[in-house]
Write a protein that binds this ligand. Structure first.
Ligand SMILES: [Zn+2]
Length: 208
């Protein structure tokens, strides 16, 4: 089932990813060797590509104990069946992404080809002619969280944002610069809940 989608303008390519998140949240099933699984089969699509630095947030996410659930409850899981994900897969994904980020930050020449190996189960490209047929829009449809984060990484490497901040309210990385939401400040992603949470933490620190 192709769900309604989210988008990101990746240079001249429009990228969409339909990530389904269980409306009832996730649980870790220790009995089957540590798997994170949806609690029900009620799902809602979320906006993965509108969070273009999600890969960076994931790279630093604390995957111990409830950390996996905190991430899954917000952004879903990697697999798409009711059996859920093996937690070792999460560690592998995190190591892979952290490694690429580290290499990219050093501007090392040995940066591996990030999008190599993606199959048509992960992404598909389509060209929609517009107007006078000499123009068209390229659409990249992404089918899973792993592929979405790889596309995000490639986009970040090719055109890095001017400045990146980590939101003190939700631990997500967001970019600051032309074209970003003006609510983003040096410490918050601009989400009302995060602004409130940071304000609350500050008042607590000051003992107000
Ligand atoms: Zn936030």
């Amino acid at each position: 089932m192709r769900q309604k989608v989210d988008n990101l303008v990746l240079n001249n390519v429009r990228a969409y990813c339909s990530q389904l998140v269980c409306s009832d949240g996730y649980q870790i099933d220790e009995l089957v060797g540590g798997r994170v699984r949806p609690k029900s089969n009620s799902f809602e699509p979320i906006n993965v590509m509108s969070d273009p630095l999600l890969f960076m947030s994931f790279a630093e996410w604390d995957l111990h104990n409830r950390g996996v659930l905190a991430f899954a409850n917000r952004f879903g899981i990697f697999g798409r069946d009711e059996n859920g994900d093996d937690l070792r897969e999460w560690t592998r994904q995190q190591e892979y992404i952290s490694n690429i980020i580290a290499i990219a930050k050093q501007r090392a020449p040995e940066l591996p080809p990030i999008l190599e190996g993606l199959s048509d189960k992960d992404v598909s490209l389509s060209l929609t002619p517009q107007g006078d047929k000499s123009r068209g829009e390229i659409t990249l449809q992404i089918y899973n969280l792993s592929a979405a984060m790889r596309v995000q990484m490639a986009s970040w490497i090719v055109s890095p944002p001017e400045r990146i901040i980590k939101c003190g309210g939700c631990d997500r990385f967001v970019s600051v610069g032309p074209g970003t939401r003006h609510q983003i400040t040096a410490e918050s992603c601009g989400d009302r809940r995060c602004i409130n949470r940071i304000g609350h933490q500050k008042r607590k620190l000051k003992g107000i």
